[in-house]
Design a protein. Structure first.
Length: 150
């Protein structure tokens, strides 16, 4: 009887593990449906940048910039997206918030030695400032942004 219970519990754990990771590799946002207006997944104040636009979008900016290095296949990146959206909304025009997909933009990713995602870097006057990796509390990112505003 003990063995049957152990096997049953093991099967439950394995099943929960498999079901919990069934969305790995799935897109973070649903595919757009023709004729249906889709909500913005990154908020009105967050913009995307790329290898070709990074210097113009970030390094030449007259205001501080928070860059979110992310991937759609990264669960912690998806967890941080609402935090980044809130920061963009709270700081409005005082701070520029941009996202860079590391999967499709390897040059900038390598240029700033981003090896772990999510990574957040604050830039001011084209200079790299504080940086953070992983799940970062909103207050920590706010503190770094506030320092860049001084």
């Amino acid at each position: 009887m003990k063995e049957a219970i152990i096997v049953f519990l093991f099967a439950l754990v394995v099943g929960a593990f498999i079901n919990g990771f069934s969305n790995v590799g799935a897109p973070a946002t649903p595919e757009p449906q023709p004729g249906i207006e889709q909500p913005s997944s990154s908020g009105a104040s967050v913009s995307d940048t790329s290898d070709t636009g990074f210097d113009n979008d970030v390094l030449t900016s007259t205001s501080p910039v928070l860059v979110d290095f992310y991937s759609n296949t990264c669960a912690p990146c998806r967890q941080m997206a609402p935090v980044v959206d809130k920061l963009a909304t709270e700081y409005g025009d005082k701070v520029k918030v941009v996202r860079l997909d590391v999967d499709t933009n390897p040059s900038v990713t390598a240029r700033f030695n981003v090896a772990t995602i999510p990574t957040f870097i604050v830039f001011k006057n084209g200079e790299r400032g504080e940086s953070f990796t992983g799940l970062v509390p909103k207050e920590i990112l706010s503190s770094a942004i506030n320092k860049s505003l001084q």
